[in-house]
Write a protein that binds this ligand. Sequence first.
Ligand code: ATP
Length: 370
Amino acid sequence: MWNNTAANSPINFQTILQQMEQQIQTEQNVFVEDPENKNQIRVANPEKLYNRELNPIESQMLRKIEAVDNYSWKRGKTGGPTTGFPLFDAAIEGGIQPGLIVLAASPNVGKSAFMMQMLKQISEKNENVFCEYNSFDDTAFEMLPRWIACDQHITIAQAKNPERFEDQPEILEKRNEGLKNLYRNIHRFSLRDALDGGTSVESMEERIKELKMYLPEDTRIIIGIDSFYDLTTEKRNLQDKALWDYLAQTVKGWVEEYDITVICTAHLRKLNGNRRPTNDDLKETNRLEYEANLICLLYNEVGIKEEGADIYWLHEDEETKMPVVEVKFSKNKFGSFKGTRFYEFIPSQSYFVEASLEACKRYAALIHQR
Ligand SMILES: Nc1ncnc2c1ncn2[C@@H]1O[C@H](COP(=O)(O)OP(=O)(O)OP(=O)(O)O)[C@@H](O)[C@H]1O
C-alpha cells in the first residue's frame, strides 16, 4: 500500500495524506461491524481487499479466519463449560474445550470417581451441555449409586442397598433426593455401560452421531470413557501397539470431526516404589500422549502408604488418614499451567473437594520438602 520513495525523493505530505485517506476509505468498504456484536468485525467485501477477486487459496484462508473468529466469540466469557472445580478451570484457562483429556493413574487411585464427579458437575452447572459417562469396566449398577452418593454425601453402600438402611429414614430420604436429582438431570447427563452398546470405537462413534442428531445444535458434548484401555475395535487385524495407536487416533478424530470433548481414564504401568507417575508410565502407547490435549496424572499417597502418608487430610468422622488425590497437569495444551492441584477425597462417598490455593501450596511444599 505504502509507496514510500523517501529514500530518493523529498517527503510529500500531501501524497501520504491522500494514501492514508485512501486506505481508510478502502478499509471501511472491506470491514464492517457484525450487526449482532459491535466488537466483532466481518469482511463485507472480500474483493475490496486487493481490488480484485480472491483466488481459491485466498478464499480458503479468509473462510478459515472467519471460522476461527466466530468460534472465539462463541466461547463465551468463561471460555467453556465450568468443571465445578475453579482451580481446574483456571488451569485450562476457563473451562472445558473441545479436545482429548486423559486422566491417568494406577488402579484404585480414584480416576473413575474423579471423572464421574467432573461430568456430574459439568452437567449441573452449565447450560447447553450434555455429558455421557461410558463405563466399560464397571456396570451401571456400580456407577449410578456413586452418582447418588456423591450428590447427597451418603455412602455408596447406602445408595446401592436401600433395604439394608430401612431403619435409617434420614438416609433413605437423602437417597431419594439424590435419585430425584439424577432423574431431573437426564436431559444433560447419561450413563452407559458395556451392556448398552459394546466397547468398540465403531459403536461409540454411532452413539456420538446419535447424540449429535438428537441434541440441539449448539450443545457442548462431553464424552467420558472409563477406560481408554477397555476400548476395542471391529478391525480384527490390529494388535498391541498398532491397536492402541489406532484407538488413540480414532478417539482424537472424533474431537475434530464432531467438535466434542472426550475425557478418558487410563491405567498406568505398575510403578516401582512409591514414586509419582510421569507421562512415560502411560501403558502400551505413546500415541495417546501425543494425541491428548491435556494429561492429568493422578496420585494418591494414602492409597499406597496408608498411615505412613504425609499428604492426607483429616475428616471429623474418620479415625484414619483420608486420601488427597494429587492431579498433576503433565501435558497442557489448553493453558500454561503445569503444576499440581489437590483434591480431598472421601472414597466411600465418591466425593472430592478441591483444595484451596493456599492448601494446594501447603501440600506442594510437603512434597518438595522430601
Ligand atoms: N462401593 C464402594 N464403597 C466404598 N469405597 C469404594 C467403593 N467403590 C470404590 N471405592 C473406593 O473409591 C476409590 C476410588 O475408586 P475408583 O474406582 O474411582 O478408582 P480407579 O482409579 O478408577 O480404579 P480402577 O482403575 O481400578 O477402576 C478406591 O479407593 C475404592 O476403594
